[in-house]
Design a protein around this ligand. Sequence first.
Ligand code: PMP
Length: 419
Amino acid sequence: MTTVETSIFESLESEVRSYSRNWPSVFESASGAWIRDEGGREYLDFFAGAGALNYGHNNPVMKQALIDYIAGDGITHGLDMSTVAKREFLKSFQRNILEPRGLDYKVQFPGPTGTNSVEAALKLARKATGRESIINFTNAFHGMTLGALSVTGNSMKRAGAGVPLVHATPMPFDNYFGGVTEDFQWFERVLDDSGSGLNRPAAVIVETVQGEGGVNVARPEWLRALADLCQRRDILLIVDDVQMGCGRTGPFFSFEVAGITPDIVTLSKSIGGYGLPMALTLFKPELDLWAPGEHNGTFRGNNPAFVTATAALDHYWADDALHKSTLAKGERISQIFSNLAQTFDGVSTRGRGMVQGLVFADPGMAVKVCGIAFDEGLLAETSGPSDEVVKLLPPLTITEAELDHGLSILAEATAKVFA
Ligand code: PMP
């Protein structure tokens, strides 16, 4: 391993840093699925900004669009101004994403991050219904501000934040009890029971695949039953597609697999296309109840991100090539992981599209696998309540040869921890 000067990070940067703090490298440059440290060492990146780099590092299509924009003195900060960059993004989003799917959503720019989108979604649901509480799910992750944190499951992340501002009641996610919950009849009984203590909720917020929660995959029929319940009971359905949207599971929106139409959708991470901060909140037109200025902030609608986002949508979503190749590559990962699960005791696998998890009964093993993989030139992170899942989020644009190379590193790392 290269020796790098990391001491300033230890002496000056807060302990709150978490994700890649265990990678003892200082990274300098990156392209495609590869990232390099300042010592010149190359790593395959199967972490990809926790899903913010679906099109890879410094994707050439977006890079050129950004260079041209900057060279032409394009607006970098326009707040709520109508700008050419924003107009082109909205047109592209309508043309490439909404229209082909027959979706009718209004678009809000809630702030730079996924958490901002979740906050807007929760606030809007409360405003639209006049109700206060939210239903969330076991192991959910929705962000770190107080509202989004209230609907996040992980107790470690909630610790120290005090009483949640939003009254949230967790329900078991699909397969939480190790078996399937076929319908929500039990929940409806609780809703109808005046003695249950459950406040009638404004909304249900759900991820179709829980990324941070350990690659827990909701079945399409479960999602349909949930959507049906929400519709019958006049509860708004929010799908948080911050991590699973933008093609991670195959289709642009992860909920397409179930054929449902959520009332509100959150998007961020890869929507900017180039790793630039950007978030969207989408909602049905009848929910556009915001008064001007009711959810504002300085960094909404980042214009350079509009430029790269437009390039990404025009290049990758004008046809279904990326969708198809994502499913094929996801299948490849799943096969290799299934082989590992058959070979080693206490290992299993789950995932959808190009978010795949290798699950270890012994959580320490998942962390060790990632450590060995790093030494062999591969970045991968753990997820799940005990960090028991090696979660793969490679760029969707990775080549098959690169994918196979990374998977062989992981297979060898797994064999090593069992040796
Ligand atoms: N929702 C989900 C499903 C996420 O995975 C994340 C980030 N991991 C967030 C919300 C929060 O997004 P951000 O970190 O951009 O604020």
